[in-house]
Ligand binder design. Structure first.
Ligand code: 2P0
Length: 323
């Protein structure tokens, strides 16, 4: 039996599209910040008295269909270890609010860590990153803390994450504006594939990411939070343009998403540097230097309510222990 804790991450340069659906090989590199506030703790116990894998998330037992991606990762661990037993999987999401902010990243990273250790494998972090990738692409990056890049690679062996700056030594922070915590209508898996196959703009996306990756790495080297924010905001808008320009077009934004984006632009116009990014859902994450937290929090609390704001600092990489 083993337990792992992994933190979620928010991409500053987005992963949006796969080259290989089964291996989860991405079209492009991506880069993220692991957050301290949001994490998943998962325990795995292989037990040959079980008839099938039993997956419980936040106290609810998943049916076979809902647990499909979990079975897939467990099967890979069984292949690698030679074990054949089914497993108990118990997972708890630690988020400050009722439901989801990018929980698949922390969930599949924690599952990879706990399942591999419980099966007696002693995987290094690169191998853990590759295993987490097979559950969900964004989980590849949640093995590491701080600023992390996922190199797209060209096959299963070469597509993994690596740390850019595990212990972040400057003031970058993120504030989540929780617009809506209900489950999204268009899964990211389906949404990104629609973008790849039907958006006429997709063909320029890889070149945009190459350019943004180089620029953001330079900004990180310079510890320039405002340059990081500017690059991340533009990259996010261009990612979301791939959903709007798909056929049929769709968006993860709601009216309140746009309202929050405008609130952040207004703060900028008042001389308070802050930037936004959005993922496959309506919530907005604000990127800023911690020295500017107070006026940003005050302005957004007045508009959205303080109970819908969560401040997150850079967080650590995966921890795994035997029970
Ligand atoms: C990211 N997102 O880089 C991007 C930006 C959402 C928007 O990774 O199909 O749940 O499991 O690989 O990782 C969300 O997609 O998709 C995601 P799969 P995943 O964080």
């Amino acid at each position: 039996m083993a337990t792992a804790r992994a933190h979620t991450n928010i991409a500053l340069i987005k992963y949006w599209g796969k080259r290989d659906q089964d291996l989860i090989l991405p079209q492009t590199d991506s880069l993220s910040l692991t957050l301290d506030e949001f994490y998943t703790t998962t325990t795995v116990d292989f037990d040959d008295r079980l008839a099938a894998d039993q997956v419980t998330i936040d106290g609810t037992v998943l049916d076979q269909q809902a647990a499909r991606k979990v079975h897939h990762v467990l099967d890979l661990v069984r292949q690698q270890s030679g074990l054949t037993s089914p497993a108990w999987v118990t997972s708890t999401n630690h988020v400050p609010m009722a439901a989801g902010l990018a929980s698949s990243a922390s969930a599949f990273a924690a599952l990879a860590g706990a399942a591999s250790r419980a099966a007696g494998l002693d995987l290094d972090r690169r191998a853990l990153s590759r295993l987490a990738r097979r559950g969900s692409g964004s989980a590849t990056r949640s093995i590491y803390g701080g600023l992390v890049e996922w190199r797209r690679g060209h096959d299963d062996a070469t597509s993994y994450a690596q740390p850019i700056m595990e212990k972040v030594d400057f003031g970058i922070e993120m504030m989540a504006v929780m617009i809506n915590t209900a489950k999204k209508k268009v899964s990211s898996r389906y949404g990104m594939q629609q973008s790849v196959t039907t958006s006429p703009y997709y063909q320029v996306w890889p070149a945009i990411v190459d350019y943004d990756m180089a620029a953001i790495k330079k900004a990180i080297d310079n510890r320039d939070v405002n340059a990081i924010g500017r690059i991340a905001e533009q990259n996010a808008l261009r990612m979301h343009a791939l959903t709007l320009s798909a056929d049929p077009g769709f968006t993860y934004f709601t009216g309140e998403t746009i309202t929050a984006m405008n609130a952040i632009r207004a703060l900028r116009d008042q001389g308070i540097p802050c930037y936004f990014t959005m993922d496959a859902g309506p919530n907005v994450k604000v990127i800023y230097d911690r020295q500017n937290r107070q006026p940003i929090h005050q302005a957004l609390a007045a508009q959205f309510g303080a109970d819908r704001l969560v401040v997150a600092k850079p967080g650590p990489g995966i921890q795994i222990w035997n029970n």
